[in-house]
Ligand binder design. Structure first.
Ligand SMILES: NC(=O)c1ccc[n+]([C@@H]2O[C@H](COP(=O)([O-])OP(=O)(O)OC[C@H]3O[C@@H](n4cnc5c(N)ncnc54)[C@H](O)[C@@H]3O)[C@@H](O)[C@H]2O)c1
Length: 290
């Protein structure tokens, strides 16, 4: 199946960038959230990411300033914001990126089932929840699939395509093709805790969290040493702030519950989430954000 039009539900940390990725591959996309201010934040994010990408092309003299400005308007112009399900009647592929709570996801999937055409594939950007459970809220479980991007979605090339109990082979193949259509790389995986990437990432992060807590080290000092080593672009605490501490904690707890004590969960992370400090999106986490 070729995707002529797509939709993204949830315009938060991930949704705005995912819509930008789809639009910059030439595909019209509807971006939905519950309030206009959230939709606008998603659209602003998509514009600023596009400006950054096109700005680099102008700097390298691959395109002129005028061509660059036109490209920005064309890409951003492919994204239509909405607080209703307007424009969902002719979409081929939907990516859900609402908060990581099963009751919210199931409610959204039930709504999507009634507002999208029968052939449309309904996918979830969930980090850890069951695709099969989301599919139960629809009348088309064979067309429900995991479609997991990584932060920041505009830069990270990998998308995990996750097979639920009822996902058909045709849906898996169409989802993997769509990953290529938006110029990313697909990795197919089973519905297992942490899928592929978060299982690997969390095994490393858990050790760092354990030592930091045991030794009473300042998380920012840990990040500084890791960043100075130039092995990865940023330390685990800064990354967690960018991803959102609620999302990070939810994934970490899910993996620890599934695989046992070798996956330690940071105490400081729990404390910050309890206090409502969720990282960049609330202005404070392991760092203060301007
Ligand atoms: N943050 C990350 O780095 C990251 C990475 C990969 C996957 N994910 C997953 O992506 C999903 C979204 O995460 P996020 O970090 O973008 O969350 P977020 O909290 O930043 O954004 C979620 C958005 O969904 C909106 N929303 C809530 N209910 C809605 C509804 N019924 N209809 C439409 N919009 C609704 C909220 O208003 C909010 O703007 C989660 O499942 C998360 O696990 C997150």
């Amino acid at each position: 199946m070729f995707v002529f039009k797509a939709a993204v539900v949830g315009a938060g940390t991930m949704g705005g960038e995912i819509a930008q990725v789809v639009a910059s591959a030439g595909i019209p996309v509807v971006l939905k959230d519950v309030k206009q201010e959230f939709v606008d934040q998603g659209l602003d994010k998509a514009r600023s990411v596009t400006q950054g990408q096109v700005g680099k092309l102008v700097e390298k003299e691959k395109v002129t300033k005028e061509q660059g400005d036109q490209q920005i308007e064309e890409i951003v112009g492919r994204i239509t914001g909405t607080t209703e399900y307007e424009g969902f009647g002719d979409v081929d592929f939907v990516i859900e990126a609402v908060p990581e709570k099963m009751e919210i996801k199931q409610a959204v999937f039930a709504e999507l089932d009634s507002v999208t055409p029968g052939h449309a594939i309904l996918s979830s950007n969930t980090s850890a929840l069951s695709i099969s459970e989301m599919a139960e809220a629809t009348s088309r479980p064979d067309k429900v699939v995991g479609f997991h991007f990584f932060w920041p979605a505009s830069m990270m090339r990998l998308v995990e395509v996750i097979e639920g109990d009822e996902t058909s082979e045709e849906t898996m193949q169409s989802a993997a093709n769509f990953v290529q259509q938006i110029r990313k790389t697909a990795v197919r995986c089973a519905e297992v805790p942490g899928f592929v990437v978060n299982r690997i990432l969390n095994s490393a992060a858990a050790e760092i969290w354990r030592v930091t807590d045991d030794e009473g080290i300042d998380p920012q000092d840990v990040d500084k040493v890791i960043q100075e080593s130039k092995t990865i672009p940023m330390g685990p605490y800064f990354l967690a702030d960018m991803v959102g501490l609620d999302v990070t904690l939810h994934t970490a707890e899910h993996i620890a519950e599934s695989y046992g004590e070798r996956f330690y969960v940071s105490e400081k992370l729990r404390e910050l989430v309890e206090a409502g400090d969720l990282g960049q999106k609330t202005g404070k986490g392991f760092y203060e954000h301007g």
